[in-house]
Structure formats: C-alpha cells, structure tokens
Design a protein around this ligand. Structure first.
Ligand code: PMP
Length: 452
C-alpha cells in the first residue's frame, strides 16, 4: 500500500465503504479525468462506466465549465438569495430550467445536493397541503429499496432497511410499498404488463389503508438506481398517475439519476409517460462539476406554496452563483451539442443492443436489461437461479472489473453501468470488450469457488 493510500484512510471517514475492506484492499486515488476516462496516481487509465456516481453526464475535462467557474468566482464568489437579494447567475439558471422542462414547471428551489433536495421536497409537500387547507395530508409513501439520499429525510423517504437501522428511522408519517421489481417479485406466468399494474395497485392499497385524506405524496425514482436498476414495466407509471389523481395525492419524481438526459429524454418522467407535481434533481444538472440540486414545482404546487406566506426553509448555498453559473453552462452544452437527442436516437439504442449481445450469452448472467444510458445484468448461479449469497457474488464480480481498470457498480447481484452520455460507439465497444473479458474471468476463476 502506498503512502497516499494510507493517508487517504487516515483522517477521512469514507461514505458507504466497509472499513475493513478499505484497510485490506486500499483505495485508488483518482487524479485526473478526460472524457470517459479517469487516471489514478499509479498511472492507470480507467474507464469510468459509472459517470462517477451517475453524474458526469458530459464527461470529464470540459474546460468551458472551469472557465465559467473562474469568471464567476472572480466577479462574485458568493452571494445568497435570502432577504430580498439574488444574483445574476441563479436568475439565469432558473430561467433555463423553466425553458428545458415541460411548460407546467416554472418554479425551482435550489439546494446543494440530491439529499437536500429530497429533504426540501418533504418540507415543501407538507407546506403545500397546509397552505391549501388540508394540513392532515402529511403521509408520504415511498418504496422499499428506493434511494433518496442520506440525510434524515432522504433516508426516511428511501427504503434501504440497513440505513434505517443505523439511524433509528424513518421519521414519522413516512411509509413504504414494495418495488416494481419484475424479476424478483413476479409470479409464474405473469407478464411484465400484468405485474406492472399489480405493483402500481399496491399504492392504492396503501392509500386506502392509511386513509386518502392523510396522504400527501407518492415519491419514487422513475428507475430505481442505487436499488439495483429496477426498470418498471410500461404499465406501472401510467397506473400510478391514475391512482394519485383519483385520491388527490401528489406525485414526486426523484430525477437525481434520471434527469438531464440519462434515459434519452431530459427527464425520466418523459420516458415513462407521467407528469409529476414535483420533481427533485441534482447530479446531471452540473454533470457533477459543482454540488447543486433542486426541487422543481408544477404551477399547481407553486401556487399553493406561494400563497402559504414566508417559506421557513433555506440553505446558505441555495442559489450559489458559482454552482449556478456552472450548471447553466452545462445545460447550454447539453442543448448546443444536442446530447439528449443523441442519447435517444443514436447512442442509447447502440449501447443497449451491444449490452444485450455482450452479456446475454454468458451462462452466469441473467436479467440483462437497460434503458437509455443505464444498463445492468445479474450474476447468477444459472439462468433463473440466484447465488445463495448474491451480494458476495456481485461484489466479487465488480472487483474483477475494477482490477481490469473498468468501473462498474454492484448492488446485491446486479452489475450496473451508466457511462457518460458523451461516450462514443468506439468507446462503448472498448468498454464492453473489457467487461466481457472481466465476466469471463469471473466465470472461470470465481464461480467455481462460489459453487463449491
Ligand atoms: N436521489 C437519488 C435517486 C439518488 O440516486 C441520490 C444519490 N445517488 C440521491 C437522491 C442523493 O443525492 P446526493 O448524494 O447528491 O445527496
């Protein structure tokens, strides 16, 4: 282990990392990035098949973003949006967001991250219902295995039981339904379409159980990302929308991963055919170049919130001028280079086709699936048969990829890829050739020990 390796772990408490594993395996210290590649301090060139944490949508090394950050810092490094002030950068960014979103979204509350966005969303939802005279509508319904961040509100809204256990969560008036995970939960002979309707109807059952008059919102990711790339059947979201309208429950789409082009439209809700009342975002809004998030309100919700008096909520960095300037430039790049259209019409269809061709033939790969620039497969004992310890298999498989200088992620037995949206076809071929080589190594060297 190098000096830097030891130093990395000495004082820094690493998020979502097993301490013993860090000590045993060390860390890779990433020094620079260019396009889809990152480079570590040992001189390795690594393909970043995860866009960092699903965020570097326009790839690394775009100096247009550092140029605007420097220019904005030189001009005005900080000012806030409290107490009758604003700044030119945040005004321009809010205008741009109103422009790139469908016409009914015209108000945004800015935060510094996805987690802060989800916490702010909970507060805005409850504030909305109080403002329109229905204060008893307090309960938010999320999904088991959903992820909405690591703050108290975000963790509560999410459905990660291991996170709940560590934090004595969820907070009051948050409850969960089962996820639309076809592979794991469907019954023999059930089509994806029939399963999608059944899974959506679990929401209706929950609303009736707790009383529609008490339910404020349903909160979900269009595709569950951190939970293992759970892509709902096409029938799911339209039925969810129908149920929410019937019982006057707000729909909140967590667009932190799906937003800004990842699924081939600007937002995941456009891909899945529904219209949320509120959506949260972060990550892709700046392509990860600066920490920024937000909550976007439909006109209906904005009107309710605005009639409710002074908003007793805000962060020092809500509407930070430097992060706002960087986000604006990032959105301009997405527009000028037609990156979202390119994902939809060209690069995502190619990526998905190559993903299927690469992994479907492997004996120990199953549930090979994807949407836009997100894709996944499961490592399995045999097709239709999971390993007895799926988390161990997934983690060992991901380690082989990592050792071959390819970053994919594992969640239980799901191997996940979400590369920068600017990846070329040649780079997809290079990435998948390395992935196939890595999976073959896993099959040859690791599977026999897992089956022993
Ligand atoms: N919501 C979703 C859907 C996410 O995927 C994440 C982060 N992976 C968050 C919220 C939290 O975002 P952050 O890490 O920026 O707080």
């Amino acid at each position: 282990m190098t000096q830097l390796n030891k130093a990395a772990m000495q004082h820094n408490l690493h998020p979502f990392s097993n301490n013993q594993e860090l000590i045993d395996k060390g860390v890779r210290v990433i020094e620079r990035g260019e396009g889809i590649y990152i480079y570590d301090t040992d001189g390795n060139k690594i393909i970043d098949g995860m866009s960092g944490l699903w965020c570097t949508n326009i790839g690394y090394g775009r100096t247009e973003l550092s140029d605007v950050a420097k220019a904005q810092m030189d001009k005005l490094a900080y000012y806030n949006t409290f107490f009758q002030t604003s700044n030119t950068a945040v005004i321009a960014l809010a205008n741009k967001l109103a422009e790139v979103t469908p016409s009914q979204y015209n108000h945004v509350f800015f935060t510094g991250s996805g987690s802060e966005s989800c916490d702010s969303m909970i507060r805005l939802v409850r504030h909305y219902w109080r403002s329109v005279g229905k204060p008893q509508k307090k309960i938010l319904i999320g999904r088991w295995n959903g992820y909405h961040g690591s703050t108290i509100g975000g963790t509560s809204m999410g459905g990660m039981k291991s996170m709940h256990e560590q934090g004595d969560l969820p907070i009051a008036n948050i409850t969960h339904i089962e996820q639309p995970a076809y592979y794991e939960l469907h019954e023999a002979g059930e089509t994806p379409e029939a399963f999608g309707l059944k899974a959506a109807n679990w929401l209706e059952e929950k609303i009736l159980e707790v009383g529609a008059d008490n339910v404020a919102a349903f909160v979900a990711e269009p595709i569950q990302g951190a939970g293992g790339v759970i892509i709902p059947p096409s029938t799911y979201w339209p039925r969810i929308q129908e149920i929410c309208r019937q019982y006057d429950v707000l729909i909140v789409s967590d667009e932190v991963i799906c937003g800004f082009g990842r699924t081939g439209n600007w937002f995941g809700f456009e891909t899945f055919g529904f219209e949320p009342d509120i959506f949260t975002f972060a990550k892709g809004v700046t392509s990860g170049y600066q920490p920024l998030g937000g909550v976007m309100l439909s006109d209906r919700v904005a009107a309710g919130v605005l009639q409710g008096g002074e908003l007793q909520h805000g962060f020092t960095y809500s509407g930070h001028p430097v992060t706002s300037a960087v986000a604006l430039k990032n959105l301009e790049i997405l527009q000028e280079e037609q990156i979202v259209e390119r994902v939809r019409d060209d690069i995502a269809p190619y990526f998905q086709q190559r993903w299927q061709e690469t992994f479907a033939p492997f004996a120990h790969a199953d549930d090979v699936r994807g949407c836009g620039m997100i894709a996944s497969f499961k490592v399995v004992k045999a097709k239709g048969e999971p390993f007895s310890d799926p988390a161990r298999a997934g983690s060992l498989c991901k380690d082989i990829f990592f050792g071959n200088n390819l970053i994919f992620r594992s969640t239980v037995d799901n191997i996940i890829c979400a590369p920068p949206l600017v990846i070329t076809k040649a780079e997809i071929d290079e990435m998948l050739a390395l992935a196939a080589k890595s999976l073959a190594e896993f099959e040859q060297n690791v599977v026999p020990t897992l089956l022993a």
